[in-house]
Design a protein around this ligand. Sequence first.
Ligand SMILES: Nc1ncnc2c1ncn2[C@@H]1O[C@H](COP(=O)(O)OP(=O)(O)O)[C@@H](O)[C@H]1O
Ligand SMILES: CC(=O)N[C@@H](CCC(=O)OP(=O)(O)O)C(=O)O
Length: 290
Amino acid sequence: MTVTSSEQAQILAEALPYIRQFAGKTLVIKYGGNAMTDDKLKEGFAQDVVMLKLVGLNPVVVHGGGPQINELLEKVGKQGEFIQGMRVTDSETMDVVEMVLGGLVNKEIVSLINKHGGKAVGLTGKDGHFIRAKKLFLKSPDAGVIDIGQVGEIESIDPSLVSLLDSQDFIPVVAPIGVGLDGEAYNINADLVAGKLAETLKAEKLLLMTNTPGVLDKQGNLLTKLTAKRIDELFADGTISGGMLPKISSALDAAKSGVNAVHIIDGRVPHALLLEILTEAGVGTMIRAE
Ligand SMILES: Nc1ncnc2c1ncn2[C@@H]1O[C@H](COP(=O)(O)OP(=O)(O)O)[C@@H](O)[C@H]1O
Ligand SMILES: CC(=O)N[C@@H](CCC(=O)OP(=O)(O)O)C(=O)O
């Protein structure tokens, strides 16, 4: 992208009020595995995160990696299976999840941010036991309770480790793995970790970056604003399915718990983060409690 100096001045003039408004505030950014498709986009994401930190905001990254887990599962001869947007996780799958999320994906994002001048630190919920989890049982109207293995729901998040890193100018990069009472690992949907972390940190914004322009209706039109009532209707008539289910639930919970702005945005748009945070261009779907 080539930008002339007068365009640069215009961009800066537009961004300044937002920089002032958000200075010192925490933003939780969920970077979905589906938005990590090509190297240029990943570089752009890392540049945006570094830029936000440089201008005085506190970005906290939570990443997914569903497609990347599927790839490694296939290599070991296993097929990924999802129920209500959650991966069925036996102990062999849990090992793969920990390797991919805690290892490959986490360290790739950390390296990219550091390459662009940031100081990223990768964490899983096992570090300092900061994400405590217990086994999740899904509820289904037909099958009653469904056991999907080592999948966790969050019991509590200790914000002190992330806050400590923030205060020392580091950028926390969190893989969605929780720890149980006996030190066992739990696979947690990354949207749920991002939502709960945003609530716990009293974040100003929660941004969920995915591979659609936002939430779409049955005709494929973008829904730019959603409230709890409309979300109930979309759940009931089947407009929202698969990975969008946990995403919307955690977005709504965060909005209800006082996170000021919650957006689902298209991570395939170059520099979607900066556009959303520092310009008037509203990209994606905004979720509000009412
Ligand atoms: N109403 C909807 N609007 C947009 N996407 C939807 C909707 N219902 C289901 N989806 C699906 O949700 C997916 C995003 O969730 P997911 O695959 O978990 O992404 P991520 O890896 O970014 O968390 C979309 O790619 C789409 O297939
Ligand atoms: C329980 C559960 O489903 N965990 C997810 C964790 C990764 C994730 O959420 O990745 P995305 O954000 O890319 O979908 C999984 O195993 O795929």
